[in-house]
Design a protein around this ligand. Structure first.
Ligand SMILES: Cc1ncc(COP(=O)(O)O)c(C=O)c1O
Length: 372
């Protein structure tokens, strides 16, 4: 083995002995309490038909985008889709990125400059952390959903200041107090950026629209890989922000654009979202059912979203419980440290519109026996 191989081997061994080794698993025929397919769009046969029909009607499309958006990869179709999605969300403009990771990376690495300040919730998603690290701005972290802690950081901010939050937190499933955050940021002349990844489709068009805050937040990141069952993301904001990102966001500039096929999937998923109030209601009912049946002993993190997390504590114990649930036919995954802070290792249960009453009842019965 050369030195690099030895390094790799050691790092993998470290992970194995710490119980934090990640191994990929292929699909298994288990009941889905794990995926982000909140409304069942990824598995929707009618969505698939709509996509295929649209593609057939536009048979001359290219299989691949052939280049980045700045070179050969841009299309009138993509620009129209961006404008339509922006209109749907009541935003002035939008710019599509190849993923939510790319969108946040591009936005946070390009906008804040040296001397500026980015203030993020302590539970913010890794892609916002990574984007912020790539910028030269000062970075502060405030305690989760804690306005006093946010204000402390705002008092120390310099330059243009950005407050980054998720409307629904991906691991805890709880909601940011957006009205208060927006008001507090305004007091300190800071701009708010909201990641709506886990809110779209679970709370209508997302929480910013639901709370009518679209004119008060500076930008939103809406991802297509969760309730839309597709892939990609859009940054919503002013037309000037869109132009800025086209010019400065490196994760937008230096990558091949999404294919026509991918964009059509997003277009048809948005069409379906407009007609999905029954699915959204069913999801909401399922969340209510789960919460009414689970006996948590205070271990369930308070959440009204599709993400319901039960704190177990300890990687090994959490892993064992998840394995047991999987053996019983439920796809529930353990979320271990360091993905979440040590001491908050958990079972993260994702609820969907398509989970049946029986499935939810069976799962909660099993979970309740563990806790007894
Ligand atoms: C809150 C949040 N933002 C962004 C992302 C990244 O989105 P994508 O999966 O499209 O890269 C995720 C996905 O894990 C997420 O949970």
């Amino acid at each position: 083995m050369n030195n690099t191989d030895i390094y790799i081997q050691n790092k993998l061994n470290e992970r194995k002995s710490a119980g934090t080794y990640r191994a990929l698993k292929t699909e298994r025929p288990l009941t889905d309490f794990c995926s982000n397919d909140y409304l069942g769009f990824a598995r929707s046969v009618s969505l698939k038909k709509n996509i295929n029909n649209y593609l057939e009607r536009h048979g001359d499309y290219l299989n691949g985008a052939t280049g980045s958006r700045s070179l050969s990869g841009n299309t009138a179709f993509c620009e129209k889709l961006e404008a339509d999605i922006a209109t749907y969300h009541d935003a002035e403009a939008g710019l599509i990125f190849n993923s939510g990771y790319d969108a946040n990376l591009g936005l946070f690495s390009s906008l804040p400059q040296r001397g500026d300040t980015i203030i993020t919730d302590e539970l913010i998603h890794a892609c916002i952390i990574d984007g912020s690290r790539l910028s030269h701005a000062n970075r502060y972290i405030f305690k989760h959903n804690n306005l006093g802690s946010l204000e402390d950081k705002l008092k120390h901010a310099t330059g243009n200041t950005y407050v980054a939050v998720e409307s629904v937190y991906s691991m805890d499933g709880d909601i940011a107090p957006l009205n208060n955050i927006v008001a507090l940021a305004a007091k300190y002349n800071a701009q708010v950026i909201v990641d709506e990844a886990h809110a779209l489709g679970v709370f209508g068009k997302g929480l910013v629209n639901s709370l009518n805050l679209q004119d008060k937040v500076f930008a939103r990141v809406v991802t297509f890989g969760k309730a839309l069952g597709a892939h990609g993301a859009i940054v919503l904001g002013s037309d000037m922000l869109r132009q800025y990102l086209i010019n400065f966001a490196r994760s937008f500039i230096f990558t091949t654009a999404a294919s026509f096929h991918q964009l059509v999937t997003v277009k048809m998923a948005y069409e379906m979202l407009k007609e999905s109030s029954a699915r959204q209601q069913q999801l909401s009912n399922n969340i209510g059912l789960f919460k009414s049946l689970i006996k948590t002993d205070g271990k369930l993190i308070a959440s009204s979203s599709g993400v319901q997390s039960i704190i177990i504590v300890g990687n090994e114990k959490t892993r064992q419980l998840a394995a047991h649930l999987q053996e019983s036919g439920f796809d529930v995954r353990p979320i271990l440290s360091p993905s979440v802070p040590a001491g908050t290792e958990r079972l993260r249960i994702c609820l969907h519109s398509f989970n049946s009453e029986q499935e939810i009842t069976n799962l909660t019965q099993l979970l309740n026996t563990y806790q007894a």
